[in-house]
Design a protein around this ligand. Structure first.
Ligand code: ZN
Length: 131
């Protein structure tokens, strides 16, 4: 089963989409299998990281900005090569195991949609497959 979700990204941010992925698993009725979360954009990504301490996400964004600053040597005419770099660093998808109808995430893990080139209207897909 394939589910599509949308979000409005007004700033560079990691959006916690764990609830939407759980919603897709619940709607699918799959109790054992996998969920693939996929981002069909080139300046946004999907990652799994800490969902407990709210300071982790700003720290990740700070680190990514320092690792991938905007550079005058970039050639891409759209002017957002730093966002493309961050998106490739995060990747376009995550796969999570489903067992007992639940995502096998760790206690401190959440699934995030990573926006690097706001403002944009975005979407992502959740594909749920049973055994
Ligand atoms: Zn671009």
């Amino acid at each position: 089963m394939l589910y599509e979700y949308s979000l409005s990204a007004q700033k560079e941010h990691f959006f916690n989409i764990t609830a939407q992925v759980r919603d897709a698993v619940s709607k699918s009725g799959v109790s054992s299998g996998i969920a693939v979360v996929f981002c069909p954009h080139t300046t946004a990504g999907i990652t799994i990281n800490e969902n407990a301490d709210p300071d982790v996400i700003p720290d990740l964004l700070l680190g990514l900005r320092e690792a991938f600053p905007d550079r005058k040597q970039f050639r891409h005419s759209e002017g957002n090569s730093h966002a493309h770099l961050k998106a490739s660093c995060m990747g376009s998808s995550e796969t999570v195991i489903i067992e007992g109808g639940r995502l096998l995430l760790g206690t401190w893990q959440g699934i995030y949609f990573c926006e690097f080139d706001p403002p944009r209207n975005r979407k992502f897909y959740v594909k749920v497959m049973g055994e």
